[in-house]
Design a protein around this ligand. Structure first.
Ligand code: TYM
Length: 339
């Protein structure tokens, strides 16, 4: 089976609607057809100032949410990045074939460092995409056999994926065929869900206000309110027009992705109806989607032993694959063998 690898940062107490539609739903779907590796990237989460206690809690809540959404530990390997030290080891090697200028062009780094200021910008934030490349390439299938490695992510990760592809090709060219060049797997409709209050910017844990974000784990009351109060556009017609009607277009995107229907079908369904009706129905759809996930997450968190066992098992399986890849990498770059 083709491989799939993806990761998510445990940087909030709940994932949000953008994470769910842009990436996590695809994680669940792809386990039917792929050999899947899914990773809670706690090492990425320390690239900005953080609380150790919160990180520990959020890593567990993240794993529980993934299981609650349907990541099946029997079929997929679910693990915590820091449990597999090869991630950091491969990142070092890849860092040594990354150009300084190349890394400096990453727009997410430029945005974040501008936001935090030079004194709060760590070297780890700068090399973040290289660690992400290591996350992916450690799980390469054997090259040269027509095998694929797919990476389900939202649009904001496209540039990091491009860097990963460049690094895989460069390593292969310099040291011999080692990595399958990975492919981004980005959904069409839900690649970029925007903020409910500022529908021209991405919904994001770091940049959005609480009113701009729908959290997977929030209660139905606030969830409904946020949708009902979402910024819409002047006019009354329910039509998709990302340029002139970004608010309504975002709601249509969310609705279409959740229900699995084309936007055009929703435009037909809501012809002659007002924004209020669309919002009311969408709010209901969200509550129906996230309530069972919230309840399952709570149950999973109540049995921490079981959750720890699943993660230990995932770490063992991921670690075995990572160890094999690193053995080849060490040999290729010329590190002396150890008996
Ligand atoms: P992170 O943790 O910020 O987000 C997790 C996933 O959610 C997607 N996403 C969105 N999709 C659509 N609309 C949005 N508003 C939205 N916001 C977030 C992200 O694209 C991502 O797929 N660098 C990664 C984590 C990572 C990773 C990896 C991903 C580390 N190593 C290896 C894939 C493979 C990140 O910060 O995602």
């Amino acid at each position: 089976a083709p491989r799939v690898l993806s990761g998510i940062q445990p940087t909030a107490d709940s994932f949000h609607l953008g994470n769910y539609l842009g990436a996590l739903r695809q994680w669940v779907a792809l386990q039917d057809t792929h050999d899947a590796f899914y990773c809670v990237v706690d090492m990425h989460a320390i690239t900005v100032e953080h609380s150790p206690e919160a990180l520990r809690r959020r890593s567990k809540v993240a794993a529980a949410q993934l299981l609650a959404m349907g990541v099946d530990p029997e079929r997929s390997t679910l693990f915590v990045q820091s449990h597999v030290p090869e991630h950091a080891e491969l990142a070092w090697v890849l860092g040594c074939i990354t150009g300084y200028g190349e890394a400096s062009r990453m727009t997410q780094f430029k945005d974040k460092s501008a936001k935090y200021g030079a004194s709060a910008t760590s070297v780890g934030l700068f090399t973040y995409p290289i660690l992400m490349a290591a996350d992916i390439l450690l799980y390469t299938p054997e090259p040269g056999k027509g095998q694929r490695l797919q990476v389900p992510v939202g649009e904001d990760q496209r540039q990091h994926l491009e860097l990963t592809r460049d690094l895989a090709q460069r390593f292969n060219h310099r040291f011999g065929e080692t990595f399958v060049v990975p492919e981004a797997y980005i959904p069409e409709t839900a690649a970029k869900i925007t903020d409910l209050q500022e529908p021209t910017i991405k919904m994001s844990k770091s940049a959005s206000s609480p009113q701009g974000i729908v959290e997977v784990l929030e209660d139905p009351g606030p969830m409904r309110k946020k949708i009902m109060r979402a910024v819409t556009d002047t006019g009354t017609e329910i039509v998709f027009d990302a340029e002139n009607k970004p608010g309504i277009s975002n709601l249509l995107r969310i609705y279409a992705a959740l229900e699995g229907v084309p936007v055009a079908e929703l435009e037909r369904r809501y012809a002659g109806h007002g924004y209020g009706q669309l919002k009311k129905d969408l709010a209901q759809l969200l509550v129906d989607t996230f309530t069972p996930i919230r309840e399952r997450t709570e149950r999973l968190l109540a049995d921490e032993k079981q959750l720890d066992r699943i993660l230990a098992d995932g770490a063992a399986r991921a670690g075995a694959v990572a160890a094999r890849t690193m053995e080849v990498v060490r040999e290729r770059v010329g590190f002396v063998g150890r008996d």
